[in-house]
Design a protein. Structure first.
Length: 74
């Protein structure tokens, strides 16, 4: 039971940080955010990259790590 609780906490923390990175963070090149985003399935990455481009596209000189294939297609 303790292991399941620990895994659930880790999933919630990682998912929460990813959501913070996508929706709130002022920095599109955050190392932790890009690491999480680059490990997600393609649909989740495409969604996150679209949101990051919407929020930071005018100020971002290059796409964040993991968003390269999605940044140009948006």
């Amino acid at each position: 039971m303790g292991l399941i609780r620990l895994l659930l906490i880790v999933v919630v923390l990682v998912g929460g940080y990813w959501a913070f990175y996508v929706y709130v963070s002022g920095e599109p090149y955050d190392e932790i955010g890009t690491a999480i985003n680059s490990k997600l399935p393609a649909d989740a990455r495409a969604f996150a990259c679209a949101e990051l481009k919407r929020r930071h596209g005018a100020t971002a000189a290059k796409p964040p790590a993991g968003c390269e294939p999605y940044w140009t297609a948006l």
